[in-house]
Design a protein around this ligand. Structure first.
Ligand code: NAD
Length: 427
């Protein structure tokens, strides 16, 4: 029986949890790791997990407490790297899985980072700007004992953005008495942020999607694309697919589902979301039932919201030929098998959405050298790294006749465990 309390055990607290999904994904690659598999247990437990209390004086004078987390899953190949999520459902166990996926992602793309992730259990929509700033600053101070430009470098994730990164950078800098721009990435460009970072994850989804489509003979011109989540990742990916001639025919977010068989006017949709906070009610399309989203005829599906969205039942109903995982962990393991059996190609999260961390890596390098690149240079380098990483994973998948996900995990786990074996065990 899995232990019910994630604080007391690394066993998943419930079936289908993100941590359970991650563990199942690691188990699948053990046969491909040869002698390195003796180190595999190190992948199944985070190196370091920090749980912090964040007391905030609210605007009305009440003191509210929030729970925050920072998990460093692996520091074997370099400093920790991974985003910070603000969401009412955040748990330690979820952050553990997200941190572990960052280890795999950074290794799959061959970035010199380990894997980490952070989160605060909060509905940020309920906070005023001042409360949000206080929460961010106190959270940063609390996790300040384990983050740093050489230790662990946070970045934006769900419900966090450049402003929150600016507050994190400022708080950390105040605490150490020096400006440390390299402590976070995804900062505003004026504060040492990188050009191209905001849209980098969506761009990576597009680049890997373009390459995968080419390999399976799917024309992007006129292709029908359905997107779940129209935030940073979903909207940027949709924009690039739109520019490549694809039609965005369905979009779903927390506020509703809208469809337009002729393809949305993305500029109108983006303006609507900016004004009203979600796609729900968008007049440039028809409303649809949330569950019907998974039955809609489309060629490409981009889950770009939260994890666990593609269940077995939904996988069996999808029409798409290609699934591009913009979100982290959107497909449950049994759904993954069903999609493989049905011949639906899944470009897994650990490569598909690695564009963000790749440009974060560029940002970190630029901060250290204090020499900043042009947006063209950044996009070109991003394209090259993503195409190269996908090629290596595709070759591994062909060689062993395995899915791209198992291949990506095999490539990544081999790199992490090779580094582990070379470093040796301390003491
Ligand atoms: P975001 O906060 O900008 O957008 C999240 C989107 O998901 C919003 O459109 C929201 O309405 C939607 N959403 C939330 N709950 C939903 C629900 N129950 N049903 C349908 N839609 C829902 O976040 P983001 O940065 O775009 O991140 C989206 C996903 O991409 C996450 O899984 C995140 O971990 C992953 N990711 C983000 C980045 C990045 O650079 N931002 C990088 C890699 C992976």
């Amino acid at each position: 029986m899995p232990h019910p309390d994630p604080f007391l055990s690394y066993a998943p607290s419930q079936p289908g949890s993100p941590w359970e999904t991650y563990i199942a994904q690691v188990e699948r690659v053990l046969p491909y790791l040869g002698p390195l598999s003796r180190w595999a247990e190190t992948l199944k437990r985070p190196k370091r997990s920090l749980v912090v209390d964040i007391p905030i004086e609210m605007d009305d004078g009440r003191i509210e407490h929030f729970e925050g987390f920072r998990v460093q899953h692996s520091l074997t190949r370099g400093p920790g790297k991974g985003g910070v999520r603000y969401h009412p459902d955040v748990t330690l166990e979820e952050v553990m899985a997200l941190a572990a996926w960052m280890s795999i992602k950074n290794a799959a793309v061959n970035l010199p980072f380990g894997g980490a992730k952070g989160g605060v259990r909060v509905d940020p929509g309920r906070l005023s700007l001042k409360e949000l700033e206080k929460l961010t600053r106190r959270y940063t101070s609390e996790i300040g004992i384990i983050i740093g430009p050489h230790q662990d470098i946070p970045a934006p994730d769900v419900n966090t953005n450049g402003q929150i990164m600016a507050w994190m950078m400022d708080t950390y800098s105040m605490n150490i008495g020096a400006t440390a721009t390299g402590v976070v990435t995804g900062k505003p460009v004026n504060l040492g942020g990188s050009l191209g970072r905001v849209k980098a994850t969506g761009r990576g989804v597009f680049v890997t999607g373009r390459e995968a489509a080419r390999r399976i003979g799917l024309e992007l011109q006129g292709a029908r694309v359905a997107v779940q989540g129209f935030g940073n990742v979903g909207s940027s990916a949709a924009e690039l697919f739109g520019q490549a001639g694809a039609r965005i025919v369905a979009v779903q977010d927390h506020s509703g589902t809208v469809v337009n068989d002729g393809g949305f006017d993305l500029a109108d949709l983006t303006a609507w979301v900016r004004e009203r906070g979600g796609v729900g009610g968008f007049t440039g399309g028809e409303p649809a039932d949330a569950e019907a989203f998974w039955d809609l005829p489309c060629d490409i599906l981009i889950p770009a919201a939260l994890e666990g969205q593609i269940t077995l039942a939904r996988a069996n109903r999808l029409h798409a030929r290609l699934v591009l995982e913009g979100a982290n962990g959107p497909t449950l393991p049994d759904a993954d098998d069903a999609l493989a059996e049905r011949g639906v190609l899944v470009v897994p999260d650990v490569i598909c959405n690695a564009g963000g961390v790749t440009v974060s890596y560029f940002e970190w390098v630029q901060d250290f050298s204090s020499f900043f690149w042009t947006e063209d240079e950044i996009n070109l380098r991003l394209d090259k790294i993503m195409v190269g990483a996908l090629r290596r994973i595709w070759d591994t998948a062909d060689q062993h006749r395995i899915t791209l996900r198992t291949a990506a995990f095999a490539v990544a786990c081999e790199r992490i465990l090779q580094a582990r074996a070379e470093r040796g065990l301390y003491p």
